[in-house]
Ligand binder design. Structure first.
Ligand code: NAP
Length: 387
């Protein structure tokens, strides 16, 4: 039996192919959108396990609303992954355009910004019309990190947004496209009530399922081939493609997910990446010198908390899938409590802080009122201490 029916936009891409693979392995039925059905570049999708039963490909373009609606109609959820990802440079693998491709503003608008921003709105409008329960929109660290006003010594979290004006003046069109698309998506969610979660992965690396090379993977090839004399030793925030696919499905499956989530894992200096490559493949022309690079760091703490398995047992309870709805609420946050309580006939108020005693510290485990030693009690109960 299939779990949910979900649509994945841009199914043949680097990240979306992994999302489709993972969804199929979890018994989801998947509608994948592609621009040129029948093209060899999507052949890997039909070879995925369970693809013959549960994967259907639809021809759709981000700028063609009707084509998107046909793919999304009848689904429970949508993973909006498709967006133009232009070629990267070695010096700034998450950004570029301005150096490797001489984009004019007009070209950047037509080829990058419009499909990203208008395309995202088209997807969301189709989701609203098709009564989709939850949409997970793939944004990027590029929509978080490019903010010159953020304090240099402060780790960037979900409250940090890339500065759109700064993106424009520095001609970082990809950064601009992702920032604009994500902020519009969250605005759309606010004004319509559509359930939208955004996930912002940093530089994604890992095994490639599709037959063509994508921009972020080509970054490693460029280090090997370009033979730059000098590079800026910037801080790279890297995340494994399989972890990103996991994170997207986590954001879809967790009812308490809300807003945006940074998805990152490893911090590494570009110089250390080069040293690693040199130790593995010594016969290439590597950069000989490095200039001081940016230090900025991003935090994935919010996503890690979402993945915390602390509450996983609740969803496994008998009849939970039909009758249990989990709300994020804090006792000191009236609105959050009200949202959970509204429409209920009664309330069982159980939550209250119960400080944990530290078991290895026997003094802390002695009840201050009655003198019972909880450690001894636990040992007696387990039979490891003689009565
Ligand atoms: N890779 C990274 O390091 C990284 C980091 C952060 C965020 N992201 C985000 O992750 C998502 C996927 O990126 P990726 O690395 O997997 O890149 P990718 O392999 O180039 O995939 C991009 C996908 O978008 C589709 N697409 C582009 N323009 C389209 C249009 N007008 N209509 C329909 N589909 C269109 C492409 O379809 P075709 O196959 O038909 O060309 C392709 O499948 C993007 O939203 C990107 O911004 C990537």
């Amino acid at each position: 039996m299939v779990k949910d029916r979900v649509c994945v936009t841009g199914a043949g891409g680097f990240l979306a192919s992994w999302v489709v693979k993972l969804l199929l392995s979890k018994d989801y039925a998947v509608h994948g959108t592609v621009r040129q059905p029948g093209d060899e570049k999507y052949a890997h999708l039909n070879k995925l396990e369970k693809a013959s039963e549960n994967l259907e490909l639809f021809k759709a373009d981000l700028l063609d609303y009707d084509s998107l609606y046909s793919a999304i109609e009848g689904c429970d959820g949508v993973f909006h992954v498709a967006s133009p990802v232009p070629s990267t440079t070695v010096s700034n693998p998450e950004a570029c355009l301005s150096i490797c491709i001489p984009y004019t503003v007009k070209l950047a608008l037509v080829e990058v910004i419009e499909p990203a921003v208008k395309g995202t709105l088209n997807v969301l409008k189709a989701c609203l019309e098709a009564k989709i329960k939850r949409v997970v929109v793939v944004s990027a660290g590029a929509a978080v990190a490019f903010n010159p006003r953020w304090p240099k010594d402060q780790i960037k979290d979900e409250t940090c947004w890339s500065d759109k004006e700064y993106c424009k003046t520095t001609k970082n069109w990809y950064f601009l496209s992702k920032t604009e698309a994500e902020s519009e998506a969250l605005e759309f969610a606010k004004s319509t009530g559509l359930g939208v979660i955004t996930v912002c992965p940093t530089l994604i690396l890992g095994p490639i399922l599709q037959p063509t090379i994508n921009a972020s993977s080509s970054f490693l090839i460029k280090i090997l081939k370009e033979g730059c004399a000098s590079l800026e030793n910037r801080n790279l925030m890297i995340v494994d493609i399989r972890d990103v696919a996991d994170a997207l499905i986590l954001a879809y499956e967790k009812p308490e997910a809300e807003g945006r989530y940074i998805c990152t894992a490893h911090q590494i200096k570009l110089r250390d990446v080069v040293d690693k490559l040199r130790s593995l493949y010594p016969n290439y022309h590597y950069p000989k010198s490095f200039t001081v690079g940016e230090e900025g760091m991003l935090s994935s703490e919010k996503l890690q908390k979402l993945g915390d398995e602390k509450y996983a047992h609740l969803n496994k309870l008998d009849k939970a899938s039909e009758n249990l709805k989990v709300f994020k609420a804090e006792l000191l946050d009236y609105e959050s409590l009200y949202s959970a309580i509204e429409d209920c006939s009664g309330v069982f108020h159980v939550a209250s802080p119960v400080p944990l005693t530290s078991v290895p510290n026997p003094e802390a485990s002695v009840c201050p009122y009655c003198g019972i030693n909880f450690v001894n009690l636990a040992l007696l109960a387990s039979g490891s201490m003689p009565l």
